[in-house]
Write a protein that binds this ligand. Structure first.
Ligand SMILES: CC(=O)SCCNC(=O)CCNC(=O)[C@H](O)C(C)(C)COP(=O)(O)OP(=O)(O)OC[C@H]1O[C@@H](n2cnc3c(N)ncnc32)[C@H](O)[C@@H]1OP(=O)(O)O
Ligand SMILES: O=C([O-])CC(=O)C(=O)O
Length: 373
């Protein structure tokens, strides 16, 4: 038996390759670091779905389709408005994916063409959901999308209602690319399990959102910020002092055998391939906003964890404080991950359908022996 399916290979995939030995991650053969440095999130989404990067004409057509699908569906808006403001934004995302599926013009059609359209439409629609939900929790109105902005810039625009600064857009774009895809992680695998029953794309994505919400998976980026808050963010504090307090917090947490979110990984045991790139984006945001005390907290926790257990940070660790600096509220962090990972999930859904076999493992029974009623 392999508890948690650790180390078990269950199928082929051509979407991405995670190699913990070389600490590399390839999307359709391209190193993710190179994609993050040279591409827009739109180019990467196209790559994940089509297997190749787009040429100029393909990219123009693709971005036009995405931009045409950005507005918040009025019927969905009414439903979001009816959800409690103190509920979790991941519940809003999950509900939105389900409603958008039920209302999609091609609902009931799971042909490759219909699924590609559904994937693009869902990806295009999600920033409006996430941005509107953050705004309504702060008593603010919906901001309409702008067709002159790319996906990342428009996401920031719809959240904050201000012209986004190029440096911030760049860091956000990097995070979207890094979060887009990671082989058979728990949420992607959930999507594939649902798809393997020949259920529909939106049902599979809804299940994936449920899996991503947990703190052992995508919910960790939110949990990282809770750790920072628990240690205490003091904006005027010197970096070194913040680091000392963070180290003490970590030593105490580990002495109590706590799991600290944002560290460790099921596949990478010597560090997550994406962290260096995301940390560079965080460093830029720390310099941009002049918040070096956050770097102190970041370094203090990382060093103390490394010394005590040699466990390295995962992508959620630098992503959490990056989103905090940009002005997202903490429960919005995992919904941002959703908007990005829709690309990877749906690429896997289409791949699963193209070569399907029902996913149904076995279990070892350890309950009562047979007994009479
Ligand atoms: C985008 C993503 O989804 S990345 C993952 C995000 N998740 C997190 O950050 C949650 C925190 N991390 C964890 O819980 C784990 O590292 C997981 C679930 C991600 C992977 O865990 P697994 O491969 O199952 O390893 P497992 O949980 O068995 O840990 C192995 C050992 O390392 C320890 N360990 C692993 N991660 C951590 C952590 N974050 N904090 C403290 N100890 C840890 C475990 O306590 C265990 O120690 P033990 O052998 O003394 O009992
Ligand atoms: O691969 C995993 O198990 C989790 C992860 O890092 C991701 O989904 O990005």
């Amino acid at each position: 038996m392999k508890k948690g399916l650790a180390g078990v290979v269950v199928d082929y995939t051509a979407v991405s390759k995670v190699n913990p030995d070389t600490n590399s991650l390839l999307y359709r053969g391209y190193p993710v670091q190179e994609l993050a440095a040279k591409c827009s999130f739109e180019q990467v989404a196209y790559l994940l779905w089509n297997g190749e990067l787009p040429n100029e004409a393909q990219l123009a057509e693709f971005t036009a389709r995405e931009r045409a699908g950005r507005a918040l569906d009025p019927a969905l808006r009414l439903i979001i408005d009816a959800l409690p403001e103190d509920g979790h934004p991941m519940d809003v995302c999950r509900t939105a994916a389900s409603i958008l599926g039920a209302r999609h013009e091609l609902t009931g059609d799971s042909s490759p063409e219909a699924n590609m359209k559904k994937a693009i439409d869902l990806w295009a629609a999600m920033p409006a959901v996430v941005a509107f939900d953050q705004r309504r929790r702060h008593g603010l109105d919906l901001v309409e999308p702008r067709e002159d902005l790319d996906y990342s810039a428009n996401f920031l625009w719809m959240t904050f209602g201000e012209d986004p600064v190029d440096e911030v857009v760049e860091a956000f774009n990097v995070s979207m690319i890094l979060y887009a895809e990671h082989s058979f992680n728990a949420s992607t695998f959930s999507a594939r399990v649902v798809t393997s029953t020949l259920s529909d794309l939106h049902s599979a994505v809804t299940a994936a959102i449920g899996a991503l919400k947990g703190p052992l998976h995508g919910g960790a980026n939110e949990a990282v910020m809770h750790t920072f808050d628990e240690i205490g963010i003091r904006s005027e504090e010197a970096m070194e002092e913040a680091a000392v307090r963070a180290r003490a917090w970590m030593e105490d947490a580990l002495a109590q055998k706590k799991k600290v979110m944002g560290f460790g990984h099921r596949v990478y045991k010597h560090g997550d391939s994406r962290v260096t790139t995301m940390k560079a984006a965080l460093d830029k945001m720390i310099a941009h906003y002049g918040r070096h005390e956050l770097l102190g907290l970041y370094n203090g926790l990382e060093l103390a964890m490394d010394e005590a257990k040699a466990i390295k940070p995962n992508l959620d660790y630098p992503a959490g404080p990056t989103y905090h600096l940009m002005g997202f509220d903490t429960p919005t962090f995992t919904p941002i991950f959703v908007a990005s990972r829709i690309t990877g999930w749906t690429a896997h859904i289409m791949e699963q359908l193209a070569s399907n076999s029902l996913i149904r493992p076995l279990s070892e029974y350890n309950g009562h022996e047979q007994r009479p009623v």
